[in-house]
Design a protein around this ligand. Structure first.
Ligand code: HEC
Length: 149
């Protein structure tokens, strides 16, 4: 009787173990999702006052309209990254860390439907091409939601 209970207990443990492993495999976090979330925070703290909560532009230009898209379409991530790192925020250029600049670029690209390079926007993926989704999103209703890769 005791022996039987023991095996049931072992079985239960094994079962749980398998469930945990499976869960882990399926929920493996995409590093890009975390980066986009971090970038969204930088954006709302540092950029939104000029570029708008929905990238629609306020004092600064829209970062989601067709002019923006046309300008960066077919370029590499490098171009927009350099612009942000060296010139933004306009009132305090150079105040972002490199990581903040990488994260906020990931967010802006993702909010525009641009697929991010594997592993996210990093110093070694800046050569990745920028391709916008076919349909322009003049009114970025909820970039944070759309931003999830
Ligand atoms: C004080 C206002 C201000 C803040 C804050 C600001 N920007 Fe800008 N930004 C501007 C203006 C004005 C321009 C257009 C003139 C220029 O490029 O110098 C611009 C241009 C840009 C461009 C180029 C747009 C294009 O069409 O080529 C990007 C990209 C950009 N900003 C991203 C950011 C990001 C990301 C942040 C936050 C880290 C940020 N900006 C913060 C005012 C601002």
């Amino acid at each position: 009787m005791m022996r039987r209970l023991k095996w049931i207990a072992v079985g239960a443990l094994l079962g749980l173990g398998t469930l945990t492993l499976t869960g882990r495999a399926e929920d493996a976090p995409d590093p890009r999702a975390a980066q986009v979330r971090a970038g969204a925070q930088v954006f709302s703290l540092v950029c939104a006052m000029c570029h708008g909560d929905r990238l629609e532009g306020v004092g600064g230009p829209s970062l989601s309209d067709s002019a923006f898209r046309a300008f960066y379409e077919g370029t590499t991530v490098h171009g927009i990254y350099n612009r942000v790192r060296d010139e933004m925020p306009l009132d305090r250029p150079g105040s972002l860390t490199d990581q903040e600049a990488l994260d906020v670029v990931a967010y802006v690209l993702r909010a525009n439907g641009v697929p991010l390079p594997d592993g996210g926007v990093r110093a070694d993926t800046l050569d990745a091409p920028v391709h916008f989704a076919a349909a322009p999103q003049e009114d970025a209703a909820n970039p944070a939601e759309r931003a999830a890769p």
